[in-house]
Design a protein around this ligand. Structure first.
Ligand code: CMP
Length: 139
Protein backbone atom coordinates (compact mmCIF):
# COMPACT_ATOMS: atom_id res chain seq x y z
CA UNK A 1 0.00 0.00 0.00
CA UNK A 2 1.28 3.49 -0.87
CA UNK A 3 2.54 5.56 2.06
CA UNK A 4 1.14 8.87 3.20
CA UNK A 5 4.32 10.95 3.47
CA UNK A 6 6.69 12.54 1.01
CA UNK A 7 9.64 14.90 1.19
CA UNK A 8 10.17 18.08 -0.81
CA UNK A 9 12.62 20.95 -1.11
CA UNK A 10 11.88 24.33 -2.63
CA UNK A 11 15.17 24.88 -4.45
CA UNK A 12 17.43 27.98 -4.55
CA UNK A 13 16.00 29.31 -7.84
CA UNK A 14 12.43 29.35 -6.52
CA UNK A 15 13.42 30.72 -3.11
CA UNK A 16 15.52 33.45 -4.78
CA UNK A 17 12.66 34.38 -7.11
CA UNK A 18 10.31 34.91 -4.16
CA UNK A 19 8.11 31.91 -4.96
CA UNK A 20 8.05 30.15 -1.57
CA UNK A 21 4.56 31.39 -0.75
CA UNK A 22 3.05 30.62 -4.16
CA UNK A 23 4.49 27.09 -4.14
CA UNK A 24 3.33 26.35 -0.59
CA UNK A 25 -0.15 27.64 -1.53
CA UNK A 26 -0.29 25.14 -4.42
CA UNK A 27 0.91 22.33 -2.15
CA UNK A 28 -1.74 23.07 0.48
CA UNK A 29 -4.52 23.57 -2.08
CA UNK A 30 -3.66 20.13 -3.50
CA UNK A 31 -4.51 18.62 -0.11
CA UNK A 32 -1.06 18.11 1.43
CA UNK A 33 -0.43 18.95 5.09
CA UNK A 34 3.00 20.32 6.00
CA UNK A 35 4.10 18.32 9.03
CA UNK A 36 7.75 19.53 9.19
CA UNK A 37 9.34 22.59 7.58
CA UNK A 38 12.83 24.16 7.65
CA UNK A 39 14.37 27.19 5.87
CA UNK A 40 18.05 26.34 5.57
CA UNK A 41 21.07 26.24 3.29
CA UNK A 42 23.05 23.18 2.22
CA UNK A 43 26.84 23.20 2.07
CA UNK A 44 28.33 21.71 -1.09
CA UNK A 45 29.26 18.64 0.94
CA UNK A 46 25.72 18.17 2.32
CA UNK A 47 24.23 18.65 -1.15
CA UNK A 48 26.62 15.96 -2.39
CA UNK A 49 25.43 13.60 0.33
CA UNK A 50 21.77 14.28 -0.42
CA UNK A 51 22.24 13.61 -4.15
CA UNK A 52 24.84 10.81 -3.71
CA UNK A 53 22.69 8.50 -5.83
CA UNK A 54 23.54 10.75 -8.82
CA UNK A 55 27.31 10.94 -8.19
CA UNK A 56 28.20 9.13 -11.43
CA UNK A 57 26.02 11.44 -13.54
CA UNK A 58 27.66 14.18 -15.61
CA UNK A 59 25.49 16.84 -13.95
CA UNK A 60 26.39 15.86 -10.36
CA UNK A 61 29.04 18.54 -9.63
CA UNK A 62 26.90 21.32 -11.13
CA UNK A 63 23.87 20.07 -9.22
CA UNK A 64 25.75 20.16 -5.91
CA UNK A 65 27.05 23.71 -6.53
CA UNK A 66 23.61 24.86 -7.59
CA UNK A 67 21.85 23.28 -4.59
CA UNK A 68 24.29 24.99 -2.22
CA UNK A 69 24.09 28.36 -4.00
CA UNK A 70 21.30 29.74 -1.82
CA UNK A 71 18.68 28.88 0.79
CA UNK A 72 16.15 26.09 0.36
CA UNK A 73 12.93 25.13 2.16
CA UNK A 74 12.76 21.47 3.22
CA UNK A 75 9.36 19.96 4.09
CA UNK A 76 7.76 16.66 4.99
CA UNK A 77 4.25 16.48 3.53
CA UNK A 78 1.34 14.23 4.44
CA UNK A 79 -1.51 13.04 2.21
CA UNK A 80 -2.87 9.70 1.04
CA UNK A 81 -0.72 8.38 -1.84
CA UNK A 82 1.71 11.22 -1.10
CA UNK A 83 4.69 10.30 -3.32
CA UNK A 84 2.74 9.76 -6.54
CA UNK A 85 0.29 12.64 -5.99
CA UNK A 86 3.14 15.05 -5.25
CA UNK A 87 5.08 14.02 -8.34
CA UNK A 88 1.96 14.69 -10.39
CA UNK A 89 1.64 18.13 -8.75
CA UNK A 90 5.25 19.10 -9.53
CA UNK A 91 5.45 17.72 -13.09
CA UNK A 92 8.36 16.32 -15.10
CA UNK A 93 11.99 16.94 -14.03
CA UNK A 94 12.57 18.98 -17.18
CA UNK A 95 10.18 21.96 -17.05
CA UNK A 96 10.03 21.95 -20.87
CA UNK A 97 8.23 18.59 -20.54
CA UNK A 98 6.15 19.43 -17.46
CA UNK A 99 2.36 19.47 -17.83
CA UNK A 100 0.43 22.75 -17.75
CA UNK A 101 -0.49 23.84 -14.25
CA UNK A 102 2.30 21.90 -12.52
CA UNK A 103 4.71 23.61 -10.12
CA UNK A 104 7.70 23.08 -12.40
CA UNK A 105 5.83 24.34 -15.47
CA UNK A 106 4.93 27.51 -13.56
CA UNK A 107 8.15 28.18 -11.65
CA UNK A 108 11.14 26.16 -12.93
CA UNK A 109 13.71 27.76 -15.21
CA UNK A 110 15.79 24.74 -16.35
CA UNK A 111 16.21 20.98 -15.79
CA UNK A 112 18.68 21.80 -13.00
CA UNK A 113 16.97 24.86 -11.52
CA UNK A 114 13.65 23.05 -11.49
CA UNK A 115 12.02 24.82 -8.52
CA UNK A 116 11.25 21.77 -6.35
CA UNK A 117 12.41 18.28 -5.47
CA UNK A 118 9.98 15.45 -4.77
CA UNK A 119 10.85 11.98 -3.44
CA UNK A 120 10.46 9.19 -5.99
CA UNK A 121 9.47 6.38 -3.58
CA UNK A 122 8.18 5.79 -0.06
CA UNK A 123 11.62 4.51 0.97
CA UNK A 124 13.38 7.61 -0.36
CA UNK A 125 10.78 9.87 1.27
CA UNK A 126 11.74 8.33 4.61
CA UNK A 127 15.50 8.59 3.91
CA UNK A 128 15.29 12.17 2.59
CA UNK A 129 13.01 13.39 5.39
CA UNK A 130 15.43 11.95 7.94
CA UNK A 131 18.30 13.78 6.21
CA UNK A 132 16.79 17.11 7.31
CA UNK A 133 14.63 16.32 10.34
CA UNK A 134 15.29 14.41 13.56
CA UNK A 135 12.65 12.02 14.88
CA UNK A 136 11.40 14.62 17.36
CA UNK A 137 10.83 17.15 14.53
CA UNK A 138 8.68 14.73 12.51
CA UNK A 139 5.14 15.25 13.76
P1 CMP B 1 15.45 16.37 -8.49
O1 CMP B 1 14.05 15.89 -8.61
O2 CMP B 1 15.81 17.17 -7.30
O3 CMP B 1 16.44 15.11 -8.58
C1 CMP B 1 17.72 15.16 -9.15
C2 CMP B 1 18.04 16.48 -9.75
O4 CMP B 1 19.10 16.48 -10.66
C3 CMP B 1 16.85 16.95 -10.59
O5 CMP B 1 15.76 17.27 -9.78
C4 CMP B 1 17.47 18.08 -11.36
O6 CMP B 1 17.59 19.26 -10.59
C5 CMP B 1 18.85 17.50 -11.62
N1 CMP B 1 18.94 16.90 -12.95
C6 CMP B 1 18.36 15.79 -13.39
N2 CMP B 1 18.68 15.52 -14.68
C7 CMP B 1 19.52 16.53 -15.04
C8 CMP B 1 20.21 16.85 -16.24
N3 CMP B 1 20.10 16.07 -17.32
N4 CMP B 1 20.96 17.96 -16.27
C9 CMP B 1 21.09 18.73 -15.17
N5 CMP B 1 20.46 18.48 -13.98
C10 CMP B 1 19.68 17.40 -13.93
Amino acid sequence: MAGNKTFTMIKPDAVGAGNIGAIIKMIEEAGFSIISMKYTRLSGERAGQFYAVHRERPFYEDLCSYMSSGPIVAMILEKDNAVEDFRNLIGATNPAEAAEGTIRKLFATSIEANAVHGSDSDDNAQIEGSFFFSEIEKF
